[in-house]
Design a protein around this ligand. Structure first.
Ligand SMILES: [Zn+2]
Length: 363
């Protein structure tokens, strides 16, 4: 496996402790760490796992890339592509991050850990924990899709269903970790999880070379940040442009879109959305996300559930792709960006389809 160092995302100081449970810089309890590859060869982090001794892999990465002919035609785009991230071992893009986190945990001889998730990350980490023979305690909202809850259980993880908003699962997970002295390895905070997401950039760069725009359904922004960092690595040794990285959110939970557009936004417990995978009211890496989007001249667009449902249906009925509702928020965002002339007919546009419709009940 590659060698990594952990750095502070604010003061840029390299940490002396790069263990799996180190998340915050000493300078300031709120500064999150990021992971930097310090090996000589700059290669895809998940390919590096597959080539290492004693490592675990479930075949993550290398998801299919397909052209969306009919939707492209409908929107007047010649080059519209979807990367089918739901064709990952546990049915979501989270496997890219989980593979790296659980391999580092195994190397550090971690026996047990605590994690909180809206569902997909919990299912993904549970699978890799099973393969690594590590006990997982997963805290999820009790409203998570049955498919996701079943997945967590079948992999042998201890499932803690928590009522109330998504934040409650985080609060309970941290409490449990402290009371039982079991490390809290949050995928939202872990620098290693984010590092695994870089693999997405390596793949799309190899597949498409020049990409003008990527629109991400964004909650905690791990895929967006991984893509940004991955591209910065790729650009060290290749001449390529950074695609514009755009954020799509639900109108009811839009902290990132609001910040990008200098709008005031406050969490309202009564405003619900079907976009369970991106219902994050307080993303811990929001400042890094803003930096990534602004530095690539990307945009933030929010859409209603009604708009997303229409596109969820079009994606299934016209392209044969059954996604989570969460992923469908990128389509009305794309439509708006075309209308506003931010995306042009000849541009190459990529949409990650991050999660499977099979895990969610149909409306
Ligand atoms: Zn710091």
């Amino acid at each position: 496996m590659k060698k990594y160092s952990l750095n502070c995302s604010i003061c840029d100081i390299t940490q002396s402790n790069n263990s799996i449970s180190n998340i915050f810089c000493d300078c300031n309890r709120k500064a999150l760490l990021y992971c930097e590859d310090i090996s000589i060869n700059n290669i895809n982090p998940i390919e590096s796992i597959k080539n290492s001794k004693n490592s675990i892999s479930l075949g993550e990465g290398n998801t299919p890339l397909v052209k969306l002919e009919k939707i492209g035609e409908k929107l007047g785009l010649d080059k519209l592509f979807a990367k089918l991230e739901f064709m990952s071992p546990t049915g979501s893009f989270k496997d890219r991050g989980s593979a790296l986190v659980m391999n580092i945990a195994k190397k550090e001889k971690v026996k047990e850990f605590v994690e909180d998730s809206s569902g997909n990350a919990g299912a993904s980490l549970s699978a890799y924990a099973a393969a690594a023979n590590i006990k997982a305690h997963i805290f999820v909202p009790d409203t998570a899709g049955k498919g996701k809850l079943d997945q967590i259980s079948i992999f042998g993880a201890e499932l803690h269903k928590i009522s109330g908003p998504r934040e409650n699962s985080t609060i309970e997970a941290k409490k449990f970790s402290k009371e039982n002295d079991i490390p809290y390895i949050s995928h939202n905070l872990s620098p290693y999880f984010s590092e695994g997401m870089k693999s997405f950039a390596y793949e799309i760069y190899n597949e498409l070379k020049a990409i003008d725009h990527i629109i991400f359904p964004t909650g905690n922004g791990s895929l967006l940040l991984g893509t940004w960092r991955g591209y910065k690595d790729i650009m060290k040794s290749n001449k390529t442009n950074l695609p514009k990285l755009h954020v799509a959110q639900s109108k009811n939970i839009e902290p990132i879109v609001a910040k990008l557009n200098n709008k005031k936004w406050e969490f309202d417990v009564d405003k619900k959305t079907l976009a369970s995978g991106i219902s994050v009211s307080n993303p811990p890496r929001i400042d890094e996300i803003i930096q990534a989007v602004e530095s690539t001249k990307g945009e933030g667009v929010s859409c209603t559930d009604e708009e997303a449902i229409i596109w969820h249906d079009i994606l299934a009925k016209e392209e044969g792709i059954f996604s989570e509702i969460t992923c469908a928020f990128v389509f009305p965002a794309l439509k708006k960006l075309i209308k506003d002339k931010k995306i042009k007919k000849d541009d190459t546009v990529l949409l990650p389809i991050t999660g499977s419709g099979l895990k969610e009940p149909i409306l």
